[in-house]
Design a protein around this ligand. Structure first.
Ligand code: CP
Ligand code: NVA
Length: 331
């Protein structure tokens, strides 16, 4: 396991962690509870219970975002929170002042800090100094809020997560890591299909396998693109994540056989039924996935984008109701 994941993290008696840096911090029962509340909030939308009245949330982004930024901003505002966006794209965390000073200042204003960072270690450093929850809004290693929204999407379509067969094809990246950890904990069968040089982080893979074993699921690793056959869901993500743009040409070449096309979706069918297609977005149409699939009848990509918001609303509500923290008040 990478050191950055082995940092001590606190869990409350309810099973809810005090911060969410990694999907590994959420056990089966806690994921179920987040999804249940998210589904309730979705059914109450656009007037969910104002669970975050008088709360202030800081959104700290070192990288661009459409979905994450907007879904946190609008979603949390609808719950009554004040949301403040800090664009850190021109001033990486730790450059202008130490991450300690940054965090300990920000928590005097905000009840929680949601951060999209270049390096996962920045989140770990923030959490070390914070007395308010830190939420990973994407790091180089994980994207846990995405995985919660995706689990909600799959549960909505299939009525369950246990036993659902999910194939993730492409880069074994942050989205892949969090999806695998989350779906494994829910007893799904997850097949990761990636070229050998782009497999997921081995320690995360082995943790996901342990979680799957406990939950009655399985995690398989394959290199053959045809291994997506007979799955309920085919999931892919960009081949060139934010931060790896300098590797674009070699990546595009390495992943050519892993593009999701109408033909590959037909080959993945179960009993003549075409699988659902998922992508966290942004998608590069015609690169990792064809238009026919993105716009096809099985595409869930916009449901995923919406469910991000409900899952995050539930997550922040639970984090802020189970954690005691300073809430900006001087002792
Ligand atoms: N899926 C996702 O996180 O999208 P953004 O990068 O637009 O936030
Ligand atoms: N893997 C992608 C996800 C974007 C939401 C990236 O890190 O850029």
């Amino acid at each position: 396991m990478p050191d950055i994941m082995t940092e001590p993290t606190t869990t409350t008696s309810s099973g809810m962690p005090t911060s969410l840096l990694s999907s590994a911090q959420l056990d089966t029962t806690t994921i179920e509870a987040v999804l249940d509340l998210a589904a309730k909030m979705r059914s109450d939308w656009p007037a969910p219970k104002r669970t975050l009245e008088n709360r202030a949330i800081a959104l700290v982004f070192e990288k661009p975002s459409l979905r994450t930024r907007t879904s946190f901003d609008i979603g949390l505002s609808r719950l009554g929170a004040t949301v403040s966006y800090l664009d850190q794209s021109a001033s990486p965390l730790g450059d202008r002042e130490s991450i300690k000073d940054f965090t300990m200042t920000l928590e005097r204003y905000a009840d929680a800090i949601v951060a999209r960072v270049r390096r996962h270690s920045a989140l770990v450093e923030m959490e070390r100094h914070a007395s308010v929850p830190i939420v990973n809004a994407l790091s180089d290693l994980e994207h846990p809020c995405q995985a919660l929204g995706d689990a909600l999407t799959i549960r909505t379509v299939y009525g369950r997560l246990k036993g659902v067969k999910v194939a993730y094809i492409g880069d074994g990246n942050n989205v892949c890591n969090s999806l695998m950890l989350t779906m494994a904990a829910m007893g799904a069968t997850v097949t990761i299909v990636a070229p050998s040089a782009y497999e997921p982080e081995p320690s995360i893979l082995s943790l996901a396998r342990e979680r799957a074993e406990e939950a009655g699921g399985a995690v398989h690793l394959r290199t053959d693109p045809d291994a997506i056959a007979a799955h309920d869901v085919v999931y892919t993500d960009t081949w060139v994540s934010m931060g790896s743009e300098s590797e674009r040409d070699e990546r595009v070449e390495a992943f050519q056989r892993y593009r999701v096309t109408k033909d590959s979706m037909n080959r993945a069918s179960v009993g003549g039924k075409c699988p659902s297609f998922m992508h966290c977005l942004p998608a590069f149409r015609g690169v990792e996935v064809d238009d026919e699939v993105m716009d096809g009848p099985g595409s869930l990509v916009y449901e995923q984008a919406e469910n991000r918001m409900h899952a995050q609303n539930a997550l922040l509500t639970m984090l802020l109701s189970t954690n005691t923290h300073k809430n900006g008040a001087n002792p």
